[in-house]
Design a protein around this ligand. Structure first.
Ligand SMILES: [Fe+2]
Length: 246
């Protein structure tokens, strides 16, 4: 299925790392979520990203109370261990950690307690249910903004309740959210609806950040193919991507 997908891709001479050298959104701390399982796997992916030209990775393990009970401390400790191994192997790349928060009770409490792990200039990456809009979404975005955070919705193109009705994406953006698109969505890695929604967001210039959302080598292989396609080239022409600022 994926090889058929890759055969249909139109490659260009577009080089993503002439535009951005920071990747936002990945799962590269071993054993703490559904991302990489071992330190070796993590190092293999990180050095592949470096070979592609990336200089900085902001990795974002899940914090999802009912599945991955991660905390700021667990994530920072894991990131430190990966950095030590990068140093041991002389791999010169900056790896920092933030989180991908799932919109649940725990997230609301962490906001209340100001106990978050932002990236860049106080940005908070979060995801939510794929099927239903969570109750109080706009209010929570407002609360985050009032506290000086800048909420960023992870992969808006992937939520079925949004990608089945594209105008909802415009409306959601209006409440003060930033959008982070997964580049793999543009080539159909997640299926048709996310691909169509990704194209819609790209053409309307609604994207603020792009990311790899790499969980394993399979994601990297697809990402590597995606970044030189016509679709990604067009995205950079139509949107003011701010990865270079973080
Ligand atoms: Fe993710």
């Amino acid at each position: 299925m994926l090889s058929k997908l890759f055969n249909n891709l139109k490659k260009t001479d577009f080089n993503i790392t002439e535009y951005i050298t920071t990747d936002l959104h990945s799962h590269l701390i071993p054993g703490i979520d559904d991302g990489v399982k071992t330190l070796d796997e993590s190092i293999e992916i990180i050095s592949s990203m470096q070979e592609l030209g990336f200089k900085k990775l902001i990795t974002t393990p899940h914090i999802m109370y009912h599945r991955y009970k991660n905390t700021k401390e667990i994530i920072l400790d894991g990131c430190k261990k990966v950095n030590e191994e990068l140093q041991n192997r002389d791999i010169d790349i900056e790896l920092v950690a933030s989180a991908e928060y799932y919109f649940d009770e725990n997230f609301l409490e962490l906001i209340e307690k100001d106990d978050l792990l932002p990236f860049g200039d106080n940005y908070i990456l979060f995801e939510m249910s794929y099927t239903n809009k969570p109750f109080g979404l706009e209010q929570t975005v407002f609360n985050l903004l009032s506290k000086g955070y800048r909420p960023v919705l992870a992969h808006p193109e992937r939520y079925s309740f949004l990608n089945s009705n594209l105008e909802k994406l415009d409306k959601l953006k209006d409440c003060g959210l930033r959008f982070q698109l997964n580049l793999n969505s543009l080539i159909g890695f997640y299926g048709k609806n996310p691909r169509v929604a990704a194209k819609y967001l790209s053409q309307k210039g609604l994207i603020d950040f792009v990311g790899s959302d790499i969980h394993s080598m399979k994601y990297f292989d697809s990402y590597k193919k995606a970044v030189s396609t016509k679709q990604v080239k067009e995205l950079f022409e139509n949107n003011r991507i701010k990865n270079y600022k973080i």
